[in-house]
Ligand binder design. Structure first.
Ligand code: G3I
Ligand code: 9MR
Ligand code: ZN
Length: 539
């Protein structure tokens, strides 16, 4: 991979009608050059340099917004001769990367063979077909086939899966025109958009995570230990365990199946009914278990924990989605009661899901939730959006990360913040929200301190070695395209990060190494907010 450049751009490109800026390490005049003809078609000068806190670098922005002629270009610094990546300007420059981000979910599939017509060289046989053992009940085995692997491991975890499906269902609800073209996917019959077809693959699995005995949701289905990094999915044959039901998993299951009952109603009423029945049953478990203990890994289980000490937000999300799906007062009343609890009403994380409850509330007609709660939630969403704007304005790369936000999965925070801004843009109309959301896309696709596109296969200098078992095992030189890498993590939480990144500023605490799972893994719920965000510029 070539060395990092001193002019960084969105390596894919810029919407013709949007703001266009590059970031320079050297101030002065620059030209935008038509890559086909070599002619300089725009000339400008960088703004005053400023110190970027998260990288420690002095950088300057160069604005070439007036250039809106579709084409392919690169930027050249007049004094130094430095060049940027070549990028596009056009009406919908992100259509390919949007499709790649969505197709990534096909590559995460478990329990089915990935075949060459759909997977190209990144094929594997069907995997994880054995029944799972209910942890603590060795004679009870259940079918847990299907769904998506969580990330670079083969575990399947209810809580993060719910975020991933919710983001995709929201993307389809907010930007349906972005999903008109087929991906393509196997078994599709054209009755529904491929995004819903792919989500159904996961939802059919999530319905299996509901304990038939209690209605609660198992927290995860994994082996007891992570398998070696080079193990093929089909060779991962250790016993699978359904780990105990948890309140966070059950809240997430209730919420996302209630969402699904609305999303699929126009396409498959029987499936929509199944989802709603599951949501109601999961809710009944929540109501009967108000003080259920939070999940902790048992001593002999060493896969991902997804620990979370608060389940009020999951209950709030579930109540809001069930109220939106049914209009029934019992869900509305619980939603209003829980809204008074002290958890974030705007967070879109895997642990903090209150923002999804708020979205459900705000999309419900006002009569449903009442003016007081609606006004409160609108005010919280707007103050959150304004805080994100301030954070991005303070960054030399216009990224909505404070220095302390460079944590495990920081790219999820970037995309979650962009998602928050796009929703704010539609709620409040201020164009600044959408402009800054687009700046987060520019960060993800290369306009960052590392001159790196964090989406595999997209950009001329993109992540090449993600922490992802099928990709290590398959021996294919290039990674599956369309995966979002976790991103810079200043906590140095794996051996490679500790050895290679010590002393670096937060924005540079990333290493494109397959063993760096705390900076360079891939995950369904890092791709899902990116699908939502890129959908805005893919319709
Ligand atoms: O949010 C706090 C922040 O407030 C605090 O300042 C900071 C201090 O270190 O910690 C932050 O919490 C971090 C948390 O992620 C944020 O979500 C923790 O440090 C960090 O350890 C935690 O990492 C999680 C990681 O598993 C280890 O538990 C990641 O979020 C989570 O995405 C990741 O998930 C793994 C699964 O377990 C297994 N499958 C792969 C998947 C992705 O790596
Ligand atoms: O591959 C695992 C990755 O999915 C997890 O996010 C990470 C942290 O839980 O752990 C990875 O597995 C590593 C294990 O934690 C330590 N031994 C090496 C494993 C492969 O990198
Ligand atoms: Zn599998």
């Amino acid at each position: 991979m070539q060395t990092a450049r001193r002019i960084v751009v969105n390596q894919i490109g810029y919407p013709a009608d949007g703001e266009k800026k590059a970031i320079f390490w050297d101030e002065g005049e620059f030209e935008v050059v038509d890559a086909e003809t070599g002619a300089a078609v725009f000339r400008g000068a960088t703004a005053a340099p400023r110190t970027d806190g998260a990288s420690g670098d002095s950088v300057a922005a160069g604005d070439f917004t007036p250039l809106d002629t579709p084409g392919r270009y690169y930027i050249r610094h007049v004094r130094t001769g430095d060049r940027s990546a070549t990028f596009a300007i056009g009406p919908a420059p992100y259509e390919d990367v949007h499709r790649g981000l969505l197709k990534a979910f096909y590559f995460f599939r478990c329990g089915t063979e990935l075949t060459e017509p759909y997977a190209g060289p990144w094929t594997h046989k069907a995997c994880h077909l054995s029944e799972g053992i209910v942890y603590g009940e060795p004679s009870r085995r259940l079918d847990g086939r299907g769904g998506w692997h969580d990330a670079g491991d083969y575990g399947k975890y209810t809580v993060p899966a719910a975020k991933a499906v919710a983001d995709l269902l929201l993307a389809h609800e907010w930007f349906p025109d972005a999903f008109r073209k087929p991906l393509p996917l196997p078994e599709t019959d054209g009755r529904m958009p491929d995004v819903l077809h792919e989500c159904r693959w996961e939802l059919e699995f999530l319905l299996k995570m509901q304990d038939p005995a209690t209605g609660g949701a198992f927290h995860k289905l994994t082996t007891k230990r992570f398998p070696p990094l080079d193990r093929k999915p089909e060779d991962d044959l250790d016993d699978l365990y359904f780990l105990p039901v948890s309140p966070t998993a059950t809240g997430c299951l209730a919420a996302v199946t209630a969402m699904a009952s609305r999303a699929y109603r126009p396409y498959d009423a029987a499936f929509a009914d199944r989802c709603l029945a599951s949501a109601r049953r999961a809710w009944a478990w929540l109501a009967a278990n108000p003080d259920a203990p939070n999940f902790k890994n048992p001593e002999n289980v060493h896969t991902g924990e997804y620990g979370d000490d608060c389940h009020d937000d999951e209950r709030f999300w579930a109540a809001a989605e069930l109220f939106r799906a049914t209009g029934e007062a019992r869900y509305r009343d619980e939603m209003k009661r829980l809204a008074g609890r002290p958890f974030s009403k705007t967070a879109l994380g895997w642990a903090d899901v209150g923002g999804y409850g708020t979205i459900a509330c705000l999309l419900h007609d006002e009569a449903g939730i009442g003016p007081d709660l609606r006004d409160t939630l609108l005010a919280e969403w707007k103050s959150g959006a304004d805080r994100i704007l301030r954070t991005a304005d303070a960054s030399g790369f216009a990224v909505a990360l404070e220095t302390g936000d460079y944590i495990w999965g920081s790219n999820m925070l970037v995309m979650n913040n962009a998602m928050h801004l796009l929703i704010a843009g539609r709620l409040f109309g201020d164009p600044a929200y959408e402009k800054t959301a687009l700046d987060q896309v520019h960060y993800l696709l290369g306009r960052n301190a590392l001159d790196l596109s964090f989406v595999t296969g997209f950009g001329d200098r993109a992540v090449q070695n993600p922490h992802y078992r099928p990709g290590v095992a398959d021996g294919v030189a290039d990674p599956v395209p369309g995966f979002v890498a976790g991103g810079p993590n200043a906590r140095l939480q794996d051996d490679v990060a500790r050895q290679s990144l010590a002393g670096l500023p937060p924005a540079r605490c990333f290493i494109d190494h397959r063993d760096s799972y705390s900076t360079n893994e891939v995950a369904i719920y890092w791709n899902s907010p990116a699908v939502f965000v890129l959908s805005r510029w893919s319709a």
